[in-house]
Design a protein around this ligand. Structure first.
Ligand SMILES: [Zn+2]
Ligand SMILES: [Zn+2]
Length: 145
């Protein structure tokens, strides 16, 4: 069976049959740390829309090591170590980085730049897409599933 959005590794598969909520290039310090570049392309799904076939194989760690009590957890495969998804302890969203987590990036084009911090000393993106210092202003976080 094929899904419009799918990824994961050979041990843990993730997918959604529903449209994503948001897709952007995140410029926060954590995403910059992960890529070593200016940003990371991330896509948000509603929590209940992104499915995981083997959640028992996921190893969880705080997404922000400096804020271990924060809601977001990076889930990696306990077998091969590949990053699989970012889970939300509050069950609002599930986040994937399509380029790192086995998804087809061309199906979830980043619409804008988020969490751009002028104080970080990186050049402001000038590719014509909007640049915000947070998520897009009209983004509404879903209610917990
Ligand atoms: Zn980020
Ligand atoms: Zn794996």
């Amino acid at each position: 069976m094929s899904h419009p959005y799918s990824g994961g590794c050979e041990h843990v598969h993730t997918w959604s049959d529903q449209a994503y909520l948001d897709s952007h290039d995140c410029h926060c310090s954590i995403c910059r740390g992960i890529t070593g570049k200016d940003s990371l392309h991330v896509t948000f799904f509603k929590y209940a829309d992104l499915k995981v076939d083997h959640p028992e194989l996921l190893k969880r760690q705080p997404y922000n090591a400096k804020n271990p009590d924060g809601p977001l957890e990076l889930c990696t495969c306990s077998v091969c170590g590949k990053p699989i998804l970012v889970d939300d302890k509050q069950h609002r969203i599930r986040v994937i980085a399509p380029g790192l987590m086995g998804y087809d990036e061309s199906r979830m084009t980043a619409a804008y730049h988020a969490f751009f911090d002028p104080a970080a000393g990186r050049p402001k993106p000038d590719d014509g897409r909007p640049v915000y210092e947070a998520l897009r202003p009209d983004f509404v976080m879903p209610q917990p599933a």
